[in-house]
Design a protein around this ligand. Sequence first.
Ligand code: CMC
Length: 430
Amino acid sequence: MQLSDKKATLSFSDGSPSVEFPVYKGTVGPEVIDIRKLYGSTGMFTYDPGFMATASCESAITYIDGDQGKLMYRGYPIEQLAQNCNFLDVCYLILNGELPDEKQKTDFDWLVTHHTMVQEQMQTFLHGFRRDAHPMAILTGLVGAMSAFYHDSTDITNPEHRRISAIRLIAKMPTLVAMAHKYTLGQPLMYPRNDLSYTGNFLRMMFGTPCDDYQVNEVVERALDRIFILHAEHEQNASTSTVRLCGSSGTNPFAAIASGVACLWGPAHGGANEACLNMLEELQANGGVEKVGEFMEKVKDKNSGVRLMGFGHRVYKNYDPRAKLMQETCKEVLAALGLENDPLFKLAMELERIALEDPYFVERKLYPNVDFYSGIVQRAIGIPTPLFTAIFALARTVGWISQWDEMISDPGYKIGRPRQLYTGETERNI
Ligand code: CMC
């Protein structure tokens, strides 16, 4: 963080003395006004519900230019990473700041692969859930429970503990998601296999059974790996901010990540992929492309409570670059699986076409986000709709844990503690 030459001055209409604040520059992006001394010097707080204009931390992991529709992990554009790397390379990059060289890659892949198995006792814990529990309910519980099963890596002041808990989380998330899936189906749980890739192993744990050999389909493997890359990290979004806030109390990393999983579940955030697919299916069942115009009228009517799921974003005021890549992947997967005429894909393309020409969406700068096409790809692969957000959580785990580690490694970090504008009763007697 570098001081800018300029300062910000806050003046008041009632003649109170004005106050000066330092301004800092990042490497790229908007400058920030440092208001930490505001309360001490004026007795006032700032008011910014929803954090519309508040930088909650300093971070060197991800940069988004929402106006241009650009996303970079550690400085590398998402398009280049999606084209040239696999998910574990991207995990290494997000965690460590640089892409791995040949040896680092081999070592990291080995380390993650050899941490994919989970403590056997976790199966007993899993069996406490109802069979029809939502996978995100199971995942929130399982990730939180990791703090009980892996309490030998919960000393957050020890960098080695932090490193190993990060590896455990990245490695075990696919196993936990597949466990939740198999439990719902009532099929035997599949143990991980060390001769498969991270994504191939996940596919086998999801779709294999002990009765048959499972052959990983390379197109499906590559598509799912790309989904993981596109969801890996997204700076201070709601779930990441939740992980940071939860972790700022000094709680262990598994508890902090469980809070991120819980936050991601909501339909305004990661739950949008499930909500988007449900929306497309419902629309398809009620007239499909023919009824798009009618549906769009509902979306634009504020009283209907209907939103076009998979559209709009707090930061992107342009096409979400992840949505572009996801649309490409969608086409590739559908073609490879002989599903070129998938009616939901056609419907999604038509919704997008109409929305991008409609003044309601144009004026509000609402574009497709990552969730608009991801559900169609996942459905084509065979992933059940309620599991979509769990896939997002699996991929985002590396982002959450890297952001958490960045915070804990900073010697100046403080517990997060926002203030409020109190509008309740003044003091009164019973
Ligand atoms: N459909 C219809 N209208 C919308 C939509 C939408 N999907 N998104 C925003 N708007 C309207 C909204 O009604 C408001 O209009 P007005 O200014 O007239 O009141 C305006 O656009 C601004 O919306 P907002 O809700 O104030 O914006 P926000 O930054 O608080 O919310 C959002 C961002 C993503 C929650 C919102 O766009 C949304 O609910 N989208 C649908 C859910 C979704 O797809 N979420 C996934 C986000 S990307 C994946 C992730 O990172 O989690």
